[in-house]
Design a protein around this ligand. Structure first.
Ligand SMILES: [Zn+2]
Length: 270
Protein backbone atom coordinates (compact mmCIF):
# COMPACT_ATOMS: atom_id res chain seq x y z
CA UNK A 1 0.00 0.00 0.00
CA UNK A 2 1.66 3.18 -1.11
CA UNK A 3 0.88 6.64 0.25
CA UNK A 4 2.09 9.75 -1.54
CA UNK A 5 4.46 11.74 0.71
CA UNK A 6 3.04 15.14 -0.30
CA UNK A 7 -0.63 14.18 0.04
CA UNK A 8 -2.66 14.55 3.23
CA UNK A 9 -3.65 11.05 4.32
CA UNK A 10 -7.43 10.84 4.75
CA UNK A 11 -7.88 7.08 4.82
CA UNK A 12 -11.24 5.82 3.69
CA UNK A 13 -12.54 2.82 5.62
CA UNK A 14 -13.64 0.09 5.16
CA UNK A 15 -12.59 0.47 1.51
CA UNK A 16 -8.88 0.91 2.20
CA UNK A 17 -8.60 -2.42 4.02
CA UNK A 18 -11.39 -4.31 2.26
CA UNK A 19 -10.83 -3.67 -1.45
CA UNK A 20 -8.60 -5.83 -3.60
CA UNK A 21 -4.96 -5.14 -4.40
CA UNK A 22 -3.96 -3.74 -7.80
CA UNK A 23 -0.71 -3.29 -9.68
CA UNK A 24 -1.06 0.35 -10.78
CA UNK A 25 -0.33 0.86 -14.49
CA UNK A 26 -2.42 3.94 -15.35
CA UNK A 27 -3.17 7.39 -13.98
CA UNK A 28 -6.63 8.78 -14.85
CA UNK A 29 -7.64 12.39 -14.15
CA UNK A 30 -11.20 13.52 -13.39
CA UNK A 31 -13.20 16.64 -12.53
CA UNK A 32 -15.73 16.20 -9.73
CA UNK A 33 -18.23 18.88 -10.83
CA UNK A 34 -18.08 20.52 -7.40
CA UNK A 35 -15.76 23.22 -5.98
CA UNK A 36 -14.60 21.02 -3.12
CA UNK A 37 -11.35 20.79 -1.21
CA UNK A 38 -9.75 17.42 -0.41
CA UNK A 39 -11.53 17.17 2.96
CA UNK A 40 -14.94 17.66 1.39
CA UNK A 41 -14.17 15.11 -1.35
CA UNK A 42 -13.17 12.66 1.38
CA UNK A 43 -16.46 13.27 3.23
CA UNK A 44 -18.39 12.73 0.02
CA UNK A 45 -16.78 9.34 -0.58
CA UNK A 46 -17.24 8.41 3.07
CA UNK A 47 -20.85 9.49 3.52
CA UNK A 48 -22.63 9.72 0.19
CA UNK A 49 -21.54 7.06 -2.30
CA UNK A 50 -19.82 3.70 -2.73
CA UNK A 51 -17.52 5.15 -5.35
CA UNK A 52 -14.17 6.74 -4.59
CA UNK A 53 -10.93 7.92 -6.18
CA UNK A 54 -7.44 7.45 -4.76
CA UNK A 55 -6.74 11.19 -4.64
CA UNK A 56 -8.65 14.48 -4.31
CA UNK A 57 -7.27 17.85 -5.42
CA UNK A 58 -8.42 21.28 -4.24
CA UNK A 59 -8.28 24.45 -6.35
CA UNK A 60 -5.34 25.64 -4.25
CA UNK A 61 -3.27 22.58 -5.20
CA UNK A 62 -3.60 20.79 -1.86
CA UNK A 63 -3.84 17.04 -2.26
CA UNK A 64 -5.63 14.37 -0.22
CA UNK A 65 -5.18 10.61 -0.53
CA UNK A 66 -8.01 8.27 0.49
CA UNK A 67 -6.76 4.82 -0.52
CA UNK A 68 -3.26 3.44 -1.09
CA UNK A 69 -2.24 3.33 -4.72
CA UNK A 70 -1.92 -0.46 -4.66
CA UNK A 71 -5.56 -0.89 -3.63
CA UNK A 72 -8.53 -0.75 -6.00
CA UNK A 73 -10.55 2.50 -6.13
CA UNK A 74 -13.86 2.65 -7.96
CA UNK A 75 -13.78 5.74 -10.16
CA UNK A 76 -12.92 4.17 -13.53
CA UNK A 77 -15.30 1.24 -14.15
CA UNK A 78 -13.38 -1.50 -16.01
CA UNK A 79 -10.00 0.12 -15.30
CA UNK A 80 -10.43 -0.14 -11.52
CA UNK A 81 -9.13 -3.72 -11.45
CA UNK A 82 -8.56 -5.81 -14.55
CA UNK A 83 -8.46 -9.64 -14.62
CA UNK A 84 -4.65 -9.52 -14.89
CA UNK A 85 -4.41 -7.65 -11.57
CA UNK A 86 -3.55 -4.27 -13.04
CA UNK A 87 -5.60 -1.14 -12.38
CA UNK A 88 -5.75 2.63 -12.60
CA UNK A 89 -4.84 5.25 -10.02
CA UNK A 90 -7.46 8.00 -10.08
CA UNK A 91 -7.73 11.61 -8.99
CA UNK A 92 -10.84 13.78 -8.64
CA UNK A 93 -10.20 17.51 -8.97
CA UNK A 94 -12.23 20.47 -7.78
CA UNK A 95 -14.14 22.17 -10.60
CA UNK A 96 -17.21 24.24 -11.24
CA UNK A 97 -20.58 22.46 -11.25
CA UNK A 98 -20.42 21.71 -14.98
CA UNK A 99 -16.68 20.99 -14.94
CA UNK A 100 -16.10 23.51 -17.73
CA UNK A 101 -13.37 25.55 -16.01
CA UNK A 102 -9.64 24.96 -16.54
CA UNK A 103 -7.40 23.62 -13.79
CA UNK A 104 -5.79 26.39 -11.77
CA UNK A 105 -1.98 26.79 -12.00
CA UNK A 106 -1.79 25.27 -8.50
CA UNK A 107 -3.79 22.22 -9.62
CA UNK A 108 -1.62 21.83 -12.72
CA UNK A 109 1.50 21.89 -10.56
CA UNK A 110 0.19 19.18 -8.23
CA UNK A 111 -1.01 17.01 -11.14
CA UNK A 112 2.48 17.16 -12.64
CA UNK A 113 4.12 16.43 -9.32
CA UNK A 114 1.82 13.47 -8.67
CA UNK A 115 2.27 12.20 -12.22
CA UNK A 116 6.03 12.16 -11.72
CA UNK A 117 5.70 10.43 -8.34
CA UNK A 118 3.53 7.68 -9.86
CA UNK A 119 6.10 7.16 -12.61
CA UNK A 120 8.89 6.86 -10.07
CA UNK A 121 6.95 4.85 -7.47
CA UNK A 122 5.10 2.43 -9.76
CA UNK A 123 6.83 2.70 -13.12
CA UNK A 124 3.77 4.05 -14.93
CA UNK A 125 5.19 4.66 -18.42
CA UNK A 126 5.44 8.22 -19.75
CA UNK A 127 2.89 8.01 -22.52
CA UNK A 128 -0.78 8.68 -23.14
CA UNK A 129 -2.84 5.48 -23.01
CA UNK A 130 -3.51 4.18 -26.54
CA UNK A 131 -6.22 1.75 -25.46
CA UNK A 132 -8.37 1.32 -22.35
CA UNK A 133 -5.89 -1.16 -20.86
CA UNK A 134 -2.65 0.34 -22.21
CA UNK A 135 -0.33 1.51 -19.38
CA UNK A 136 0.15 5.29 -19.21
CA UNK A 137 -1.65 8.55 -18.49
CA UNK A 138 -5.18 9.64 -19.42
CA UNK A 139 -8.33 11.53 -18.53
CA UNK A 140 -11.69 10.01 -17.70
CA UNK A 141 -13.56 10.45 -20.98
CA UNK A 142 -10.64 9.14 -23.08
CA UNK A 143 -12.09 5.61 -23.21
CA UNK A 144 -15.66 4.32 -22.90
CA UNK A 145 -14.45 1.38 -20.81
CA UNK A 146 -13.45 3.80 -18.06
CA UNK A 147 -17.04 4.84 -17.27
CA UNK A 148 -20.49 3.31 -17.10
CA UNK A 149 -22.57 4.74 -19.92
CA UNK A 150 -20.07 7.39 -21.02
CA UNK A 151 -18.93 10.61 -19.38
CA UNK A 152 -18.17 14.22 -20.28
CA UNK A 153 -15.51 14.31 -17.55
CA UNK A 154 -13.34 16.31 -17.61
CA UNK A 155 -14.43 19.29 -19.75
CA UNK A 156 -12.73 20.50 -22.93
CA UNK A 157 -10.55 23.09 -21.16
CA UNK A 158 -8.94 20.44 -18.98
CA UNK A 159 -8.52 17.93 -21.80
CA UNK A 160 -6.60 20.64 -23.67
CA UNK A 161 -4.48 21.33 -20.57
CA UNK A 162 -3.81 17.62 -20.18
CA UNK A 163 -2.40 17.47 -23.71
CA UNK A 164 -0.48 20.72 -23.78
CA UNK A 165 0.66 21.40 -20.21
CA UNK A 166 0.09 18.58 -17.71
CA UNK A 167 1.32 15.54 -19.62
CA UNK A 168 4.28 17.35 -21.27
CA UNK A 169 5.12 18.74 -17.82
CA UNK A 170 5.19 15.24 -16.32
CA UNK A 171 7.54 14.06 -19.04
CA UNK A 172 9.81 17.07 -18.76
CA UNK A 173 10.16 16.79 -15.01
CA UNK A 174 10.45 13.00 -14.92
CA UNK A 175 13.16 12.94 -17.57
CA UNK A 176 15.10 15.88 -16.13
CA UNK A 177 14.57 18.09 -19.16
CA UNK A 178 14.75 21.67 -17.96
CA UNK A 179 13.50 24.74 -19.81
CA UNK A 180 15.96 27.53 -20.63
CA UNK A 181 16.56 30.00 -17.83
CA UNK A 182 15.83 33.18 -19.78
CA UNK A 183 12.50 34.07 -21.32
CA UNK A 184 12.14 34.20 -25.09
CA UNK A 185 15.46 32.71 -25.99
CA UNK A 186 16.10 33.28 -29.68
CA UNK A 187 16.59 30.04 -31.61
CA UNK A 188 18.82 29.95 -34.67
CA UNK A 189 17.81 28.01 -37.80
CA UNK A 190 20.43 25.52 -36.77
CA UNK A 191 18.82 25.05 -33.34
CA UNK A 192 15.48 24.45 -34.97
CA UNK A 193 16.93 21.84 -37.33
CA UNK A 194 18.57 20.13 -34.38
CA UNK A 195 15.31 20.01 -32.47
CA UNK A 196 13.53 18.56 -35.49
CA UNK A 197 16.17 15.88 -35.79
CA UNK A 198 16.06 15.12 -32.09
CA UNK A 199 12.31 14.66 -32.18
CA UNK A 200 12.38 12.23 -35.06
CA UNK A 201 15.64 10.30 -34.86
CA UNK A 202 16.08 10.52 -31.11
CA UNK A 203 12.74 8.85 -30.63
CA UNK A 204 13.18 6.43 -33.49
CA UNK A 205 15.35 3.68 -32.04
CA UNK A 206 14.78 0.56 -34.07
CA UNK A 207 11.47 1.79 -35.44
CA UNK A 208 10.40 4.34 -38.03
CA UNK A 209 7.28 6.38 -37.31
CA UNK A 210 4.95 6.92 -40.24
CA UNK A 211 4.43 10.33 -41.72
CA UNK A 212 0.85 10.86 -40.56
CA UNK A 213 1.75 9.92 -37.00
CA UNK A 214 4.50 12.50 -36.82
CA UNK A 215 2.14 15.10 -38.29
CA UNK A 216 -0.27 14.25 -35.53
CA UNK A 217 2.38 14.51 -32.84
CA UNK A 218 3.60 17.83 -34.19
CA UNK A 219 0.16 19.40 -34.40
CA UNK A 220 -0.94 18.02 -31.05
CA UNK A 221 2.06 19.15 -29.10
CA UNK A 222 4.25 21.66 -30.90
CA UNK A 223 1.46 23.32 -32.81
CA UNK A 224 -0.57 24.11 -29.74
CA UNK A 225 2.02 24.85 -27.17
CA UNK A 226 4.97 26.75 -28.58
CA UNK A 227 4.20 30.13 -27.07
CA UNK A 228 7.74 30.85 -25.95
CA UNK A 229 11.07 29.10 -26.10
CA UNK A 230 10.67 28.36 -22.39
CA UNK A 231 8.38 25.42 -23.12
CA UNK A 232 10.53 23.78 -25.76
CA UNK A 233 12.13 21.17 -23.54
CA UNK A 234 8.80 19.87 -22.32
CA UNK A 235 7.27 19.83 -25.77
CA UNK A 236 10.13 18.08 -27.47
CA UNK A 237 10.09 15.46 -24.74
CA UNK A 238 6.35 14.99 -25.24
CA UNK A 239 6.69 14.53 -28.97
CA UNK A 240 9.52 12.08 -28.49
CA UNK A 241 7.46 10.05 -26.06
CA UNK A 242 4.60 10.04 -28.54
CA UNK A 243 6.76 9.04 -31.48
CA UNK A 244 8.22 6.19 -29.44
CA UNK A 245 4.81 4.56 -29.27
CA UNK A 246 4.14 4.74 -33.01
CA UNK A 247 4.03 1.83 -35.39
CA UNK A 248 6.66 0.76 -37.87
CA UNK A 249 6.67 2.33 -41.31
CA UNK A 250 9.10 2.89 -44.15
CA UNK A 251 9.69 6.63 -43.79
CA UNK A 252 12.58 8.94 -44.69
CA UNK A 253 13.72 10.19 -41.29
CA UNK A 254 15.63 13.15 -42.71
CA UNK A 255 12.49 14.38 -44.45
CA UNK A 256 10.51 13.96 -41.25
CA UNK A 257 13.10 15.87 -39.24
CA UNK A 258 12.90 18.70 -41.77
CA UNK A 259 9.13 18.70 -41.56
CA UNK A 260 9.19 18.98 -37.76
CA UNK A 261 11.76 21.78 -38.03
CA UNK A 262 9.58 23.65 -40.56
CA UNK A 263 6.53 23.41 -38.31
CA UNK A 264 8.51 24.58 -35.33
CA UNK A 265 10.02 27.49 -37.25
CA UNK A 266 6.60 28.59 -38.48
CA UNK A 267 5.19 28.38 -34.99
CA UNK A 268 8.02 30.35 -33.44
CA UNK A 269 7.64 33.02 -36.10
CA UNK A 270 4.02 33.65 -35.00
ZN1 LIG B 1 -14.64 11.40 -14.06
Amino acid sequence: MAWCPFAKKLELQPESDAQAAIRPTQFIMHSIAAPWDEERIYEYWRDSTNLESHFGLDYDGSLGQFIGTQTRADANYRANLRPDGTGAVSIETASNLKHTDPWTPEQVETLIRLGVWLHEEHGIPLRICETASDPGYGYHRLFADWSTGGTECPGDARVAQFKTVVFPGIIARATGATPPKEDNVALTDDDIKKIGRQVVTGANGAKSPDDASVEWAVSSFLGLTYKTARTIAADVAAVKAKVETLSVGGVDLDALADKVADKLAARLAD
